[in-house]
Design a protein around this ligand. Structure first.
Ligand code: S3P
Length: 176
């Protein structure tokens, strides 16, 4: 049984995922890091030189490979759940946890980060709002959802691990 984190950029998937991996003694994988390692290219370079469509293919391949593993934490890029096949693969052996946050908090968390090609634009806050609206349904389609506004990484990790349903699923090692 894997724990999979999805949600928009800046909702805490990677930091919370790493914290939970530490607590559960699970290995941690991030789809973006997986792609960068295997392609020897940065995400920014992939978007700039190869385009988003190729990036999405690489992301699906990364998810397919990671879904074959067991007892790992997977942090997915924010757009991963837009592809239904990715969700199907992740669901086979994983509990899918969506992290959310308000557009303002997301903006505060990512505003100095130049590594997210989709937000390198004139008005990143507007772009965040627009993409959140477009992706709302996909994010809602996950097994569990937690809002991370005004919480520390530790608080979010504890909130997730203290969830009775998640604890039960992890204990049984079976999917909902
Ligand atoms: C993306 C999110 C990023 C990365 C890429 C595209 C998205 O990952 O995969 O820049 O479409 O939301 P994080 O959510 O880890 O920042």
């Amino acid at each position: 049984m894997n724990l999979v984190f999805t949600g928009f950029m800046g909702t805490g998937k990677t930091s919370v995922g790493k914290k939970i991996a530490e607590k559960l003694n699970f290995k941690f994988f991030d789809t973006d890091t997986f792609i960068e390692k295997h392609s020897q290219l940065t995400i920014s370079k992939i978007f700039a030189d190869l385009g988003e469509e190729i990036f999405r293919q690489m992301e699906s391949e990364a998810i397919e490979a990671l879904s074959e593993m067991d007892s790992i934490i997977i942090s997915c890029g924010g757009g991963a759940v837009l592809n239904t096949q990715n969700l199907i693969n992740l669901s086979k052996n994983g509990i899918i946890i969506n992290l959310s946050a308000s557009p303002e908090q997301i903006f505060q968390r990512i505003k100095d980060d130049k590594k997210r090609p989709l937000l390198q634009c004139q008005n990143p806050l507007n772009k965040i709002k627009e993409l959140l609206k477009e992706r709302k349904k996909a994010y809602e389609n996950c097994d569990f959802s937690f809002n991370t506004d005004n919480l520390t990484v530790n608080e979010i990790a504890d909130m997730i691990l203290n969830d009775k349903d998640i604890a039960e699923l992890l204990k049984k090692g079976i999917k909902k």
